[in-house]
Design a protein around this ligand. Structure first.
Ligand SMILES: [Zn+2]
Length: 125
């Protein structure tokens, strides 16, 4: 399934950018990959030659990843504490690896979403 050309309204453009970014695709065309590896952006799209490398996500992807994972882990740890009252060692053995795995798994997709948002709002450099 191919995405339609970029819509003109800013709300549609934002949703298009977010959807394409969450799939780690080029926000401009939705076909080429935006990433060159785990987190590195390509200098340009291999399909439409959009200059993806000009977008600077900086600290936004880690910030939103920590925000999201923190709510999951703290909520889970508090629920586990209230329902089971496990030992501290058990809590740490569950929630420390969960935190690391969730952060590493979510971060590239959050970065793609930030890239799509920047594309939608025409924020470069
Ligand atoms: Zn493209």
């Amino acid at each position: 399934m191919h995405d339609a050309p970029a819509p003109e309204t800013s709300a549609n453009r934002l949703w298009t950018g977010l959807r394409r970014g969450l799939r780690r695709k080029c926000p401009n065309c939705g076909h080429g990959f935006a990433f060159n590896g785990y987190l590195a952006l390509r200098s340009q799209c291999e399909v439409c030659e959009h200059p993806i490398g000009e977008y600077r996500c900086d600290d936004a992807p880690p910030y939103f990843t920590i925000f999201l994972v923190g709510h999951i882990v703290v909520g889970g740890a508090l629920t586990m504490e209230q329902s089971m009252s496990p030992s501290l060692a058990l809590q740490l053995s569950v929630w420390l690896p969960t935190t690391v795995i969730l952060c590493l798994a979510i971060l590239p997709f959050i970065k793609g979403a930030i890239l799509g948002t920047q594309w939608a709002m025409k924020i470069k450099g």
